[in-house]
Write a protein that binds this ligand. Structure first.
Ligand code: ZN
Length: 269
């Protein structure tokens, strides 16, 4: 029997590759294997913390069980304020003429994240100031244009206990004067819009302005510049100060002032 020579083997290999379908080049495709995804979203349920004057999340059963046709079927109606649980604030929420929820561009919702850690400790009236931004920049350099800034005040540990997280278990208008939780100092918001070109600003408390704010200046400053806000963002301690990539996809409500938000971050290895 004649032995296969090297030339024979080369010919066979060449024929095999010529006959097989073209293999797609995967080398340039993001496949999520070089890191891990972190879910920054709280569960959406009746237990989620909502702004005291906002209607809570309600899930009504339309059908649940076996049908006469012999198959299982489940369907629900849901109702909810735009501003509860992990959610987006569209700029129009506090700035007339600015963009609404469905108009927020993907370029604002998807991109690199700077996580500014400024622990509030037990101070429920803490405001993240310009110094915290300066400290972050001293370590990493100026916040690049298009960055989503996320404030990790440590307040997320208190979710979902309304008394510890909001400062009160009351609901309705009488709860408003009792609200105590950290926020972004309006001076820092002003500094950001004058000196940096951020894509969005999120934090681990119920509102961008601290609980005792009555003028909501931080909201007004950022939203006037069409910068959206993310409130009640979960699991920020799991992100590095720099290096995470955020994907924040709100329900695309036409004309909305906000809406439920699914926000996740990719953290490279
Ligand atoms: Zn809101």
């Amino acid at each position: 029997m004649k032995r296969a020579t090297g030339l024979h083997i080369l010919v066979v290999l060449a024929l095999a590759s010529a006959c097989s379908p073209t293999t797609p080049d995967h080398s340039a495709v993001f496949d999520g294997t070089a890191g891990r995804w972190i879910d920054l979203t709280y569960d959406v349920s009746a237990d989620a913390v909502f702004w005291p004057t906002a209607d809570p999340f309600v899930l009504d059963t339309v059908a649940y069980g076996m049908t006469e046709g012999g198959y299982f079927y489940a369907a629900f109606n849901f109702a909810s304020s735009e501003h509860g649980g992990t959610h987006v604030d569209a700029p129009i929420h506090f700035a007339e003429g600015r963009i609404s929820t469905a108009q927020i561009p993907l370029s604002a919702l998807i991109g690199p994240a700077a996580v500014i850690r400024d622990p509030a400790g037990d101070n429920p009236d803490h405001q993240v100031g310009v110094e915290a931004i300066a400290a972050w920049e001293a370590r990493h350099g100026p916040i690049p244009a298009g960055t989503t800034v996320l404030l990790d005040t440590g307040w997320g540990d208190r979710w979902p206990d309304p008394v510890r997280y909001l400062g009160t278990g009351l609901r309705g208008e009488e709860a408003i004067p009792e609200l105590h939780f950290p926020g972004l100092d309006p001076e820092a918001a002003q500094w950001l819009v004058e000196n940096r070109d951020i894509a969005a600003l999120g934090l681990d408390t119920p509102s961008l302005d601290y609980g005792q704010s009555s003028a909501f200046e931080t909201h007004r400053i950022l939203y006037w510049e069409n910068i959206p806000g993310y409130e009640n963002v979960a699991s920020l301690p799991e992100l590095p100060e720099w290096g995470a990539f955020v994907v924040a996809l709100p329900m695309k409500i036409v004309g909305g002032s906000g809406g439920p938000l699914r926000i996740v971050a990719f953290v490279p290895d």
